[in-house]
Design a protein around this ligand. Structure first.
Ligand SMILES: *Cc1c(COP(=O)(O)O)cnc(C)c1O
Length: 498
């Protein structure tokens, strides 16, 4: 196309000012404001200019029409652009994967009471750092420290069976247990290592030098904390003697890292926590455990073993435990450091703490979540409710959903969509007990003409988006992680696949 033709086309384009004066555009301005509308107009017009420049909109008669068409469709294009630019990128999705703590889907959904408390507190000012009794400056940690104290020093409050099964080798959690909150567990580990071991050595088993989620590597965090790593043992076997021989006058800390997302099986050996506690006491060196998931709820009551709780570790005598707020605890993203009050005090006075601290939203959500534990209202915490859902309950919902879909899709004619129910397993996720699974009932979808991947993509782009997994050429939906009030949306999305 000649340059002359192109410039003729450019001249035909309405200017931003012309467009802004149009009546229907004025209506958009009323709704969404001048700045956003003007920006959308500029974006759409710039796209058109690019298409003209690239010769994608022809100028030679009679196809000049295509520009008229494009100009005619301007309003719709502008409105679409406006909607796209003003809609949230972060959206609610339906998690039908059956992975309860799905890191990519935001881990723990918050309890209603947590959301209410966030709203109630963040809607105005709060006593975040203000002591209402004395009228003096207060500390933000007091709001949750008192609840952690209750939950951690009174094992009955958090888990009934731990207390009952306590053996004589278990010592009680120190009554002076305190807890501080930082941004996430990675920050908790960083702060703890820096406060307790800067310039010295930390002894860790080679079998525990883990990477979690591709970004948290124990050796890297260690380096950033200015402590040096003293690796002992081998990948599969570490004995207590390995730790003992590595202790020098540079040793500041013994560290145990929970193998969150993998298991080493076969020819393995790892000293028991009691042995590590005994060694730490004998040599007067603190013992820290990075628990990761850190349940405050006894998972043995739902048949999951091998996932030690925070109370278990403190009662055995671990000095400092670090864990996440948004894993098994079921609260907001946070890193929690619980343990010996004197050690926690050193972390609180570290200037890093100021950089890693959390805001009032987190304190509010955490406080309300902990209150549910104090009241033993475990079903108020979505993560715990999902863990405790029985296969029967899930099965009933799945059957109801399938018959609902079948009655709407079928409408008397054969459908290409096939729904089946089958047994399966939900997983905790979030680096908790990698082998811990919960029996569930799955809805399996297949389609005469669409592949499982296509079905899955359709679900992902529905409103709200539905995330499922594909296995053996079928889409599998696990209602354990779907909130019951989402069943209807899920059914409607499946019907639309028919
Ligand atoms: C999850 C996990 C972490 C990282 O916790 P974040 O809260 O995601 O920062 C660190 N250590 C262990 C053992 C974990 O399981």
């Amino acid at each position: 196309m000649s340059t002359k033709n192109k410039s003729a086309l450019f001249q035909k384009l309405p200017s931003t000012d012309e467009l802004l004066r149009q009546r229907n555009i004025q209506e958009l301005i009323q709704r969404d404001g001048h700045a956003a509308v003007a920006e959308s107009i500029r974006a759409v017009v710039a796209r058109l200019r690019q298409e003209i420049a690239g010769g994608h909109i022809a100028g030679i008669e009679p196809s000049e029409k295509s520009l008229d068409l494009a100009v005619g469709g301007l309003f719709n294009a502008i409105e679409r652009e406006l909607r796209r630019s003003l809609s949230s990128s972060l959206r609610l999705v339906i998690n039908a994967t059956g992975v309860i703590l799905h890191t990519n889907l935001g881990r723990a959904p918050l309890a209603e009471t947590a959301l209410d408390h966030v709203r109630g507190v963040a809607n105005g000012y709060s006593n975040l750092e203000f002591d209402l009794e004395t009228g003096e400056r207060g500390k933000r940690d007091v709001h949750v420290d008192r609840l952690f104290r209750k939950l951690l020093s009174d094992p009955l409050a958090a888990s009934d069976t731990v207390a009952k099964s306590s053996s004589s080798s278990i010592t009680n959690a120190p009554s002076s247990t305190s807890t501080i909150v930082v941004n996430n567990n990675a920050a908790a580990v960083l702060l703890a290592l820096n406060s307790l071991a800067e310039g010295g050595e930390v002894i860790v088993s080679r079998g525990e030098l883990v990477e979690i989620g591709g970004s948290f590597r124990v050796p890297d965090v260690m380096q950033k904390s200015n402590a040096s790593l003293r690796e002992v043992g081998t990948t599969n076997r570490t004995r207590i003697g390995d730790y003992e021989r590595a202790i020098t006058d540079r040793t500041r800390l013994l560290l145990r890292v929970h193998r969150s997302n993998f298991e080493i099986t076969g020819f393995t050996e790892q000293p028991g926590l009691e042995e590590l506690v005994a060694l730490a006491r004998r040599r007067n060196i603190p013992l820290m455990e990075d628990l990761g998931s850190g349940a405050l709820f006894d998972l043995r009551s739902v048949g999951i073993s091998g996932e030690p709780g925070v109370i278990d570790s403190l009662r055995v005598g671990v000095d400092i435990v670090t864990y996440s707020g948004d894993k098994l605890l079921g609260g907001p993203q946070a890193g929690l450091i619980s343990g010996r009050a004197d050690l926690v005090a050193r972390m609180r006075s570290n200037s890093l703490f100021r950089a890693l601290r959390v805001d009032k939203l987190t304190y509010a959500a955490l406080e309300a979540t902990l209150l549910a534990y104090v009241k033993r209202d475990h079903d108020a915490v979505p993560v715990l409710r999902m863990i405790r859902l029985s296969k029967d309950e899930i099965s009933h919902r799945a059957e109801a959903l399938v018959s609902k879909v079948e009655s709407s899709v079928g409408m008397g004619r054969p459908s290409r969509l096939k729904l089946e129910l089958c047994d399966g397993e939900s997983v905790l996720g979030g680096g908790a007990a990698p082998s811990a699974v919960l029996p569930t009932r799955l809805i399996a979808l297949s389609h005469g003409e669409l592949s499982a991947d296509r079905l899955n993509a359709h679900l992902r782009t529905s409103t709200p988006p539905i995330v499922a997994r594909v296995e053996d050429a079928r889409v599998l939906l696990d209602l354990r992680t779907v909130f019951p009030d989402q069943d209807e949306d899920l059914a409607a999305a499946i019907v639309s696949l028919g």
